[in-house]
Design a protein around this ligand. Structure first.
Ligand code: NAD
Length: 371
């Protein structure tokens, strides 16, 4: 069975779906692994590193796609302007594709995949269960984003994070306020603590308080039993509940040097937690990094992919932070995607068990049908 690892063609995407270390494991298990020349370069992995594992390096993307039984990607298929073809058109009928697809946001792509009779699995639809943890790419990539968000904030701030006692006087530690303490938020807390900041965090799910405190941060949320569903995930709040939250957030935001927002309710537009009015009460020089920029933003002033200045406050709305940390983001994604692949392979052959909750949960199209 031939496994293809194409080069990602979305602008600024530096990750690769499978790194050499994991490719070596696939080769050892009897699979023919083929990588497009240069696919790993953006993440520090040379063609030679793949060759050393027994992976074949293929220069022609058309040949790579044409001979593949399974294609492993990071980004959803897009138009390849260099080849004049959509990546879906490069896939042979019946090929298995695994990548981020965001099917609810991309109905046209899902239609194309179904028409082309591709068996497509979406990495963002992996059930967030204990058994699927090692395949949970949303979590692994959010971990990277939470870390990088703090570094971007530290870079944009004109202040040091740690307390310093020097001959030139004492520097007080920066105050970092994190909104949303899920995967990205917890990693942001840990990173800001390591840099020496005083960290406060806000969330609405009751389970979060203990996790925040275990990282040495102060929890300042209004935990609400009704904020989580049966499986523990955040639910959308009423406008009245959001208003109460904003009142509390405003008290802490005005003293913060850095605010990092990561609040998300699965499948919904991001809740607005920082209004323009709140920005106008913040300290001059404060920095907001809004990780929810692509979901509409947790901050009213955010513009996805841009840095804006409002009343002396800098608001960053970075997109695709994992690509900025492409080496380790790829390493983790590679583990996620190949663990899922291993669930689909038996004795070197494809063996799709649609009774398996993970396979069923993340399969988007199969045999021409949209699942
Ligand atoms: P997660 O589901 O693990 O965490 C989200 C947290 O937000 C949860 O703890 C939830 O309780 C909390 N929340 C929901 N509603 C809230 C509210 N009204 N007030 C306060 N907290 C609330 O999600 P995650 O994986 O940590 O991702 C967080 C965000 O970061 C998402 O928007 C995600 O898309 C984004 N993200 C961005 C990038 C990037 O490059 N910009 C990369 C990865 C993730």
């Amino acid at each position: 069975m031939k496994i293809a690892i194409p080069k990602e063609i979305v602008p600024n995407e530096r990750r690769v779906s499978v790194v050499p270390e994991t490719a070596a494991r696939l080769v050892k298990s009897g699979l023919a692994v083929r990588v497009e020349a240069g696919a790993g370069v953006g993440a520090n992995f040379s063609d030679q590193a793949y060759k050393n594992t027994g992976t074949t390096v293929v220069s022609d993307p058309l040949a790579l796609y044409d001979e593949a039984d399974v294609v492993l990607k990071v980004q959803k298929p897009v138009m390849n302007t260099a080849l004049g073809n959509h990546e879906v058109e490069l896939l042979r009928e019946g090929t298995v594709l695994i990548s981020f697809l965001q099917p609810m946001l991309n109905p046209d792509l899902v239609q194309m995949l179904a028409q082309r009779k591709i068996t497509a699995f979406s990495m963002d639809a992996i059930p967030r269960t204990t058994r699927a943890q090692s395949m949970d790419a949303l979590s692994s990539q959010s971990t990277v984003a939470g870390y990088k968000a703090v570094l971007l904030a530290a870079n944009a701030a004109k202040k040091l994070f740690p307390m310093l006692t020097t001959a030139a006087g004492t520097i007080t530690p920066a105050k970092v306020f994190i909104l949303g303490a899920g995967v990205a938020g917890l990693q942001a807390i840990a990173t800001a603590k390591r840099l020496g900041a005083i960290v406060q965090a806000f969330d609405v799910r009751p389970a979060v308080k203990q996790e925040v405190e275990s990282l040495g941060a102060k929890f300042v949320g209004l935990t609400m039993q009704e904020a989580a569903d049966k499986s523990g995930y955040a639910k959308e709040l009423s406008e009245e509940q959001n208003r109460k939250n904003r009142e509390l957030i405003a008290q802490y935001a005005k003293d913060a040097d850095i605010v990092i927002t990561t609040a998300l309710v699965p499948g919904k537009k991001a809740p607005v937690l920082i209004t323009k009015e709140m920005i106008h009460q913040m300290k001059t020089g404060a920095v907001i990094v809004d990780l929810a920029a692509e979901q509409g933003g947790n901050c009213e002033a955010t513009k996805a992919g841009q840095e804006i200045a409002d009343n002396g406050v800098t608001v960053l709305g970075p997109v695709n932070l994992p690509s900025m940390m492409s080496c380790h983001a790829s390493q983790m994604y590679s583990k996620n995607i190949t663990t899922l692949l291993q669930l689909m392979v038996k004795d070197g052959k494809l063996n799709l068990d649609f009774n398996d909750e993970i396979i069923k949960g993340c399969c988007i199209t199969h045999e021409g049908k949209i699942l």
